[in-house]
Design a protein around this ligand. Structure first.
Ligand code: 0A1
Ligand code: ZN
Length: 889
């Protein structure tokens, strides 16, 4: 038995290159039910020809069978083997062949990393971040890049399809009903991009002609019965390939691109070179079984994984601290792709909403870390909204500062310098800086400092001087391990509106004493200026302004900061809601006003006082919904993106609670108007089309239906039931079901039972049914949760089931945070059970308790007790240990 090594914290500052390069790797897998053998033959190049340091290979849950150096077997008693490493000493100083034989057991691997057997019967791999070490002994780190050849042998009847990275160079039959396939990947890659799949799969095939005229074979593999549901994914793949050529000049580099859908997968998808592996829920869609949200997610994630081929695979990360180098950049690229395929403002609003709810709270909690973390115990815990979403905002800021063309120049230089390399965030920064001769050094602090900057902006107009001064102050709150922060570089996009609601032309800016004339990127008159805020306190003065403007700050959310605007009045917000040419800020103004009203109305409702919503807000919101008569408003709302209309309407009229809602209803016949919205936006076409116009229509209709149903009246319930029964697609059917499920009672119970009966054989639809029940705010739901754990549709081994049943529960106010602590206790039980099977998924679940210090006193001690219970459990995984211990610190 190998010696057990204790968990270890790894630090960015300790990075050292390896003493050995791996040049080529030949892998041979013999797959079988009982055990799988893996033989790897590696051509090793010592970095230094005068000394031979020990070669330390990572390996976990792998049985070592033999080690050969240049064909000569080493006695196993002579090698150093622990539970984590195989260390080889006395190695040649010249290039040599290292051959290692090992054995693994994919059928008992429930962690879903390394090689595992999916519940669907296929063999499948997941190697990012450190899963390859569960397949064989290797230098499992991204800066070790080698050319891989993979031979797979397996039973032909059970595993007719054998796939790996690159091109198929040989295949044939063997004895005993076995067959083999040999795949060769011509590109050097780190082992985290290795993939293997074997199973009974059928493909949807298509081709894509690249801009240089090459035909690329495209294949999406699923079980035969699911092939009809891959049409949208294939369409999305072709759109992605075209977009990367059009926008970045990046062409696909092999003749074959495979995607495989698996039902058990820890994450969304994985960008393995030419063999992407996807969670089924991000591939399979039909109008009857998938919603608009699912269709949009598939488009975005297919794009994301495809775009990794250049940002991640061709240019990869030097070490895992640099993860955002590939993820932030690729999320930014997929956001832009989705914007171009649908609605730019709606996409931006959704992305910013996610950033604010998930990332800002991560940044304010015990797990706060910079976009480039300084240390980790388990890398899996750092696939976070900070690395992904805040990382994407950091990339977006380069584009905001340098302009689209400048950004593209930076990207071109990045590929020119680093194709085929494993690099750092500084390398990306340097490419952007050098391609634009820009001075951005303060900007690098975005990579090293955690915490969301608070940017306070106040203004003063000087009528005599016709000048307008914008005063900025930035402050970054302290975070664990970082008590003191330096100011960072914040691009603040500003527009100034005149009294007619038009953008004023911004001509001159006095900036830190120097005068700049302002032009937009095409050289025309500037309507939005990007102020570079890079000091703790700073002033900018716009000149030549004939009247006092209404300011529109942080247009398009130009930086991931919390904006505080003490000089912006309610009237300004209502004006922006009506007129801002920046649709993001129109939405923002409505949200800010709505939130203010809510905060004002909630205590009044609690005191049973008369509630009144200012008529200007009501009027503004009505017009957003397209119900206004005033022509200047009409003009503006007609121009408003359909999806924005639905997004903007989220505060109307359900301001805070039923009483406020009823009050708003009494003030104007909202109820009738919402009915009208439902009927007007009901489709007469039984064919579902996933395009922006139809999506926006469905979204507005379903929002209105939800508001109506919250009234819990006989006729609103009847309307929702009618919608439920007549729905011809899952978007409408599920929205109607969700509306009905807001209110406890027989109607809800019957609708849920009916839905389950209809869809019990469609596992992805059943997951929606689980979500709906787990997110319920009806008190006492823990009991139902326990029942659902035993329901035939639930399986703790399948991450999608856990994400559907446990994840949404932890976001509920009433039940997760039940006063008696039953929600926290339930979560702790589930986490501990799950941790024995799948530590990655378990640690994601326990994160819900990590912000316990923000709870009220009673809840704090209940949540803390559960965290302590978890932390002191014997045999806890490193994944859960890291989150639990950091949360308690
Ligand atoms: N690189 C993938 C996501 C991914 C990350 C980690 C995984 O296992 C720990 C699996 C997949 C992406 O960004 O899509
Ligand atoms: Zn990614």
């Amino acid at each position: 038995m190998a010696v057990k090594e204790a968990p270890k914290e790894i630090f960015l500052k300790d990075y050292k290159p390896t003493g050995y390069h791996f040049d080529t790797v030949e892998l041979k897998f013999v797959l079988s039910e009982k055990k799988t053998t893996v033989v790897s033959k590696i051509r090793v190049l010592p970095r230094n020809s005068s000394e031979s340091p020990p070669l330390v290979l990572d390996g976990r849950d792998v049985k070592l069978l033999f080690v050969k150096i240049n064909g000569e077997e080493r006695k196993l008693e002579e090698v150093e083997l622990t539970s984590r490493h195989l260390t080889l000493k006395s190695l040649p100083v010249q290039p040599f062949d290292l051959e290692i034989g090992s054995e693994i057991h994919p059928e008992t691997n429930l962690s879903l990393e390394g090689l595992y057997k999916s519940s669907s019967g296929m063999f499948c791999t997941q190697c990012e971040a450190e899963g390859f070490r569960k397949i064989t002994f290797y230098q499992d780190r991204p800066d070790v890049m080698a050319k891989f050849t993979t031979r797979i042998e397996a039973d032909k009847a059970q595993y007719p399809v054998l796939l790996s990275n690159g091109n198929l160079i040989d295949s044939g039959d063997l004895e005993n009903g076995f067959h083999y396939a040999v795949w060769e990947d011509p590109f050097k890659k780190p082992c985290y991009l290795f993939a293997l799949v074997a199973g009974q799969l059928t493909s949807r095939d298509d081709t894509f002609k690249t801009r240089s005229g090459r035909d690329v074979q495209l294949r999406i593999w699923t079980p035969a019965q699911d092939v009809p549901k891959t049409e949208h994914a294939m369409h999305a793949l072709k759109l992605s390939m075209k977009w990367d050529e059009d926008v970045y000049g990046l062409e696909y580099d092999l003749d074959l691109f495979n995607i495989v859908a698996v039902p058990d997968f820890n994450m969304g998808a994985m960008e393995n070179k030419s063999l992407n592996i996807f969670n089924s829920k991000l591939v399979l869609a039909s109008a009857e079984t998938a919603t608009d949200v699912d269709y949009a997610a598939i488009l975005g994630v297919i794009g994301h994984e495809y775009f990794h081929n250049w940002t991640g695979n061709r240019v990869t990360c030097r070490d895992w601290f640099q993860l955002s180098l590939k993820e932030g950049l690729t999320v930014f690229r997929d956001q832009e792709f989705s914007s171009d395929m649908g609605s730019r403002p709606v996409k931006r609003i959704g992305d910013v909403a996610l950033l604010r709810t998930a990332q800002f709270s991560e940044d304010a909690g015990p797990m706060a870390h910079p976009v480039r973390p300084h240390s980790y115990i388990k890398m899996d815990n750092f696939y976070t909204v900070t690395v992904y979403e805040k990382g994407a905002e950091v990339v977006r800021m380069y584009q905001t500062l340098l302009g689209k063309d400048g950004f593209r120049k930076g990207m071109d230089l990045y590929f020119e310098r680093h194709d085929g390399q494993a690099v750092t965030c500084e390398d990306f920064f340097a490419a952007m800086r050098d391609a634009n001769s820009a001075n951005l050094s303060v900007f690098l602090r975005w990579y090293s400092q955690a915490g969301t900057p608070i940017l306070t902006v106040s203004t003063a107009y000087d009528a005599a001087a016709r000048s307008y001064t914008v005063k900025c102050k930035q402050e970054i709150p302290s975070t664990p391990g970082q008590p003191v922060k330096e100011p960072t570089l914040i691009p603040l996009a500003v527009g100034l509106l005149n009294s007619k609601g038009e953008d004023m032309v911004l001509t001159e800016l006095l900036d830190g004493g120097s005068l700049k004339s302002l032009k937009d990127t095409a050289g025309g008159p500037a309507k939005t200026a990007v102020l570079v805020v890079d000091k703790e306190e700073q002033e900018f003065t716009f000149l030549n302004l004939p009247e006092k403007p209404v300011p529109s700050f942080l247009r398009n959310f130009s930086a991931p900061v919390r904006l505080v605007t003490p000089t912006v009045t309610d009237d300004d917000l209502l004006f922006l809601l009506a007129h801002d040419s920046d649709e993001f800020n129109r939405w923002e103004a409505g949200q800010t006003m709505g939130r203010k009203l809510m905060l004002d109305l909630i205590p009044k409702a609690q005191r049973n006082e008369q509630l009144a919503v200012p008529s200007a807000f009501v009027e503004g919101m009505r017009r957003i919904c397209g119900k206004g008569t005033n022509t200047s408003w009409r003009k503006r709302t007609d121009g408003l993106d359909g999806g924005c209309r639905s997004r903007c309407s989220t505060y109307c009229p359900k301001i805070c609670d039923k009483r406020a809602c009823v009050e708003t209803e009494a003030r104007f016949p909202e109820n009738c108007e919402y009915r009208l919205i439902v009927t007007e936006n009901r489709s007469s076409d039984p064919h579902y089309t996933f395009d922006h116009k139809n999506k926006a229509r469905r979204s507005l209709k379903n929002l209105a239906l939800g508001y109506l149903c919250s009234l819990d009246e006989a006729d609103t319930t009847e309307l929702a039931l009618k919608e439920y029964k007549s729905a011809t697609n899952m978007t409408d059917q599920f929205a109607a079901l969700s509306s009905l499920c807001q209110n406890p009672g027989d109607v809800r119970d019957e609708a849920l039972a009916n839905f389950y009966e209809q869809w019990k054989d469609e596992t992805l639809v059943v997951n929606k049914w689980l979500v709906l029940q787990s997110m319920s705010d009806i008190p006492g739901n823990v009991k139902n949760m326990r029942r659902l754990l035993d329901h035939p549709s639930f399986d703790m081994k399948n991450p999608n089931k856990v994400y559907s049943l446990i994840g949404p529960f932890c976001r509920t106010a009433v039940n997760f945070h039940a006063k008696d602590g039953s929600g926290y206790e339930f979560l702790a039980e589930v986490t501990l059970q799950l941790d024995k099977m799948n530590p990655q998924v378990a640690s994601r679940m326990v994160s819900s308790l990590s912000r316990w210090k923000r709870f009220d006193e009673g809840r704090q001690s209940l949540a803390k007790a559960q965290l302590e219970r978890i932390a002191k459990t014997d045999g806890l995984s490193e994944n859960v240990f890291e989150i639990a211990s950091k949360s308690l610190a």
